[in-house]
Design a protein around this ligand. Sequence first.
Ligand code: AOS
Ligand code: ZN
Ligand code: ZN
Length: 388
Amino acid sequence: MSVLSPAVLSELEKQSIELPSWAFGNSGTRFKVFGTPGTPRDPWEKIADAAQVHRYTALAPSVALHIPWDLVDSFEDLRKHAEDHGVALGTVNSNTFQDDDYKFGALTHEDAAIRRKAIDHHLACIDVMDATGSRDLKIWLAEGSNYPGQADLRGRQDRLQDSLQEIYARLGDDQRLVLEYKFFEPAFYHTDVPDWGTSYAQVSALGEKAMVCLDTGHHAPGTNIEFIVMQLLRLGRLGSFDFNSRFYADDDLIVGAADPFQLFRILFEVVRGGGLNNPDVAFMLDQCHNIEDKIPGQIRSVLNVQEMTARALLVDTDALTAAQRSGDVLTANAVFMDAFYTDVRPALAEWRESRGLAADPMAAYAASGYQEKIAAERVGGVQAGWGA
Ligand code: AOS
Ligand code: ZN
Ligand code: ZN
């Protein structure tokens, strides 16, 4: 008998994880960007590649865009192109981190003209969302300072709120703003949205259509990320995840690769807090594949999320609650660990086959010949963003 009950499988069937368009472009570190044969040359090809991930996993029905990296003449056409490939266009990510004008800030800048430019960029992103049918505008700000005394920390928070108010006011009834936090980088002394508390304070002041985005790689080492997940769900402000994994800083490695147990603990809190398959909580990847092939890298990533979700759903919550209530520390921990140590891969493979999918999506993709085909056809693929 399968370790996965029909109730668990029905939850897994509903799961969807959005892919980042930039995961399909070349990327690297500040030392070197390695090219991968077959890399997409434009947003159209990125979407075609993303559709491959969905094709083999049925887990990734939408693709997030990054503006201006994914600028095209007609977003209506791009939307149609995505639909023709069996996927939808999802979250629109703004970009205020590659323009000289933003050296000292964008939405927080002292100069009203620069703030205006940054706000207008976000308004243009909402125009894109109107054309693509996207719900979420995701804002990650590279703003901060490098030296104590360099900036007026308080003034920047106030200007950030003013700027966000203007962006928020432009959102349609069904659109949302999600504000991502990150504790450092590229600024090294202070960052204007460094933690969930700041993001929560900023979005709470905007209104109900503003939420926090939690990128799993954006915390100091040792941070209890699942506690933050719990708290944001409890407060009703967890709008989205940027999943990836890290060993040291913002590594953007394959989710679940560095610390599968942490991913399990996060997903347990998602389930516990009602965040699974809840439209208010978008699951997204925010990753870069610097040395590995991108499509299988993304396939591996969504499978990792699926596997840890399955394990999180296996926790015997009745036994856990009973142990917690009676102060039985070791039983509570054992119940939790039993689920984590359960290998769900054979059951998931079997279930995939029963749905007409390949038992092993990685092998099926490798055997499909797609990677060889794009390597032969495409020359001069673009970097994730820097070359687009
Ligand atoms: C940056 O560190 C953030 O994780 C953002 O989500 C960013 O927009 C994304 O990595 C694409 O550059
Ligand atoms: Zn992110
Ligand atoms: Zn990041």
